[in-house]
Design a protein around this ligand. Sequence first.
Ligand SMILES: *[C@@H]1O[C@H](CO)[C@@H](O)[C@H](O)[C@H]1NC(C)=O
Ligand SMILES: *[C@@H]1O[C@H](CO)[C@@H](O)[C@H](O)[C@H]1NC(C)=O
Ligand SMILES: *[C@@H]1O[C@H](CO)[C@@H](O)[C@H](O)[C@H]1NC(C)=O
Ligand SMILES: *[C@@H]1O[C@H](CO)[C@@H](O)[C@H](O)[C@H]1NC(C)=O
Ligand SMILES: *[C@@H]1O[C@H](CO)[C@@H](O)[C@H](O)[C@H]1NC(C)=O
Ligand SMILES: *[C@@H]1O[C@H](CO)[C@@H](O)[C@H](O)[C@H]1NC(C)=O
Ligand SMILES: *[C@@H]1O[C@H](CO)[C@@H](O)[C@H](O)[C@H]1NC(C)=O
Ligand SMILES: *[C@@H]1O[C@H](CO)[C@@H](O)[C@H](O)[C@H]1NC(C)=O
Ligand SMILES: *[C@@H]1O[C@H](CO)[C@@H](O)[C@H](O)[C@H]1NC(C)=O
Length: 720
Amino acid sequence: MNMKVRIEPLLVLPLIYAWLACGQNEDLVYLEALRDSWQNIPPNWVGSDPCRDKWDGISCNNSRVTSITLVNINLMGELSGDIGQLSELQVLDLSYNKGLKGSLTQEIGKLKKLLHLHLIGCSFNGPLPLTLGSLPQLTSLSLNCNGFTGPIPPSIGNLSKLFVLDLADNKLSGSIPVSPGLDLLFNTRHFHFGNNRLSGEIPSQLFNSKMTLIHVLFEDNQLTGTIPLTLGLVQKLEVLRLDSNLLSGMIPSSINNLKLLKQLYLSNNKFEGTLPNLTSMSFLNYLDMSNNSFEQSEIPPWISSLQSLTTLMMHDTRLQGKVPVDLFHIPQIENVILRNNQLDGTLDFGESYSESLRLIDVSYNSITAFTQRRYSADLILNNNPVCMGLKARPTYCDDPKESNSSYSTPPNNCIPAAICSVDQVSSPNCNCSYPYTATLTFKATYFSDLGNSTIYTSIQSSMMDSFISNQLPVDSVSLSNPTMNAGNLVINLEIFPSGDVRFNRSGICQIGFLFSNQTYRPPSNFGPYTFLGNSYNFFSAASNGKNKPVSIGVIIGGSVGVCVLVLLLFIVGLHAYRQKRKAKRSTKMNSPFASWDPEKDNGGYPQLKGTRSFTFEELNTFTNNFTATANIGSGGYGMVYRATLPNGQLVAIKRAQHRSTRGGTEFRTEIELLSRVHHKNLVSLVGFCFDEGEQMLVYEYIANGSLKDSLSGTFSSPTL
Ligand SMILES: *[C@@H]1O[C@H](CO)[C@@H](O)[C@H](O)[C@H]1NC(C)=O
Ligand SMILES: *[C@@H]1O[C@H](CO)[C@@H](O)[C@H](O)[C@H]1NC(C)=O
Ligand SMILES: *[C@@H]1O[C@H](CO)[C@@H](O)[C@H](O)[C@H]1NC(C)=O
Ligand SMILES: *[C@@H]1O[C@H](CO)[C@@H](O)[C@H](O)[C@H]1NC(C)=O
Ligand SMILES: *[C@@H]1O[C@H](CO)[C@@H](O)[C@H](O)[C@H]1NC(C)=O
Ligand SMILES: *[C@@H]1O[C@H](CO)[C@@H](O)[C@H](O)[C@H]1NC(C)=O
Ligand SMILES: *[C@@H]1O[C@H](CO)[C@@H](O)[C@H](O)[C@H]1NC(C)=O
Ligand SMILES: *[C@@H]1O[C@H](CO)[C@@H](O)[C@H](O)[C@H]1NC(C)=O
Ligand SMILES: *[C@@H]1O[C@H](CO)[C@@H](O)[C@H](O)[C@H]1NC(C)=O
């Protein structure tokens, strides 16, 4: 008979959503919540309709937000759980905003239509939420260059459409998850996990013949054990980086089945036994087996049969015997690095060594003689017997000069402006502007001759092609200061605007997305790359939106009927409820919760299982002292606040006004009832607070989408 009183909270909450939704863009309230949690949002994020008012970085379809692309605009703050309510979202790209921090909210798992999730180069930290596994449409997950910790969630194996999985450059730990785990990702081309703290063995279940991986990058972790035989099953593999781990044992002969492999990095491990036979890898252009514990052996003859090889790195590998002449006859060979072995005898390039040859480093060996021929490559022979006791030291006996190239894109047939104003830079087309600067890192390049400008001109022109075909306002690009760093080629990049001296926010966002989405592909053989944009501080103050007043309370269109009906029902319901309550107001405030601890579930009140008791202090913290911005509605009973629990869950907190509080037993009965109701159409109760004279109910925060369901669920109950 108390049914009306008990059902009342279920009614009020949906009504608040109805009120919020009346005549507004459905996604507005959540975008506003995101806006309130960020600094440096685009100035045109004003007005009541993000779609109609064309907020920067927002794209819509049928008045629903489908894309948020806020790339490299100095956004600061945290990603609030409100993001989970944008149920039509397909693209979320917040890359290159160093000021974005905090953990990745588990609410992300509600975005069932998400295709691309890119948070590259921000400062997110904490563990990856398990809910990443419930994004069935996801095709790219790029979380590289953040501070994420903890394990790779096995649930990522659920992402059957995933194409790119980039978790590189974080602090992820634990082992690589399989069964359930990443072994199910048959459509994924990219496993980029480099520079983390992953440990344990590479599980043999990880690889199978259904996989379509082309890049497996596990470098710079703490992986142990041997290379699994099953790796040979991944027939499409082109780049394999296992360098700088703690791997050991023999390299399995099945690796020779990887016939399409172009770049193989096995250096800085503890591999043992004989050198692998890689004869089948006819496309291999970069081979690095340096610094391992292989058995003493001669340079194997099959190496000279690798017709695509440009770079051979085998320093610190216990090689002995003579350096075979054939090695220098490989057609494309550029670099031969055999430093710190026990090679001996006479060094001879032979009559017709390759014209491509750039660098030969055979320092720290036991070579006793060198056959002088005309050669143009750099030769490093110091610390060999051949250099000992010579009166006139030939240059090849000198210590090598550090040679990072000083390349910089030259002016394009014009004379650079003598002086540009502060922060402006002269572009290759010789006009002064504010460039967008970034760092490009190529993670497996086939060349190491940084002095050859062909490398840079081919990147420049392919990049310009990509900008032009995507209609981006770019005048030119400039590359400079290339360096080799731990096997990576690192280049500074400047992108100059066309038609103006500066980019606007949407320009920066689009350019950033071109890289974060890997839409730009460098010429083949450049291998995988990452782009890290620097913050762009030159947005024009003049272009800062047209501070339109926020239109309020406009009720338009088809939603009018529903809104009026809902409000009427609300008033009727509230009236009936008040009447009822007047009759049976109980004023005694006892403490019916004293003996009950929901965490321990001590059996006294089993029907309260699943709900949590919050202290006033906790809820006060979660709502920021019940601040006005957290307030999302009010009614006769009090106020409703939105808050995020420490676990990332979004909740609505209904706080009774003091004159509306009722007896403790009555409050408890209500909680009991609510905690037993688990109907798909009803908001479920998360917990309550009965503390410091306050009575509050904590509900799951529901999406607008389920509003109608909630309403019909409530109204069809026999109580109204
Ligand atoms: C917009 O949404 C409708 C369905 O609501 C869909 O049919 C259409 O393809 C979408 N358009 C785009 C460009 O995604
Ligand atoms: C995702 O995977 C986990 C285990 O890996 C499984 O328990 C869960 O049910 C899956 N979730 C979905 C939505 O498929
Ligand atoms: C060889 O690899 C180990 C790690 O396995 C590293 O600490 C060491 O610096 C490397 N030595 C050389 C010469 O690269
Ligand atoms: C390497 O393997 C090839 C076949 O893949 C074989 O013909 C060749 O004899 C092997 N070389 C050595 C040195 O084992
Ligand atoms: C090139 O520059 C990088 C970064 O400045 C440095 O780490 C590396 O040692 C340099 N290498 C050479 C060969 O000078
Ligand atoms: C530079 O490299 C390209 C291709 O990698 C090659 O064709 C060209 O001959 C090289 N140029 C010089 C000057 O070495
Ligand atoms: C930059 O120079 C190019 C060619 O020299 C010219 O076409 C273009 O209009 C200039 N851009 C600006 C912003 O001055
Ligand atoms: C941003 O720049 C692009 C091209 O330079 C231009 O088409 C666009 O209208 C600009 N957007 C705003 C909001 O000014
Ligand atoms: C993003 O990349 C995917 C491939 O991974 C591609 O299909 C899509 O067209 C790209 N999006 C844009 C806007 O370039």
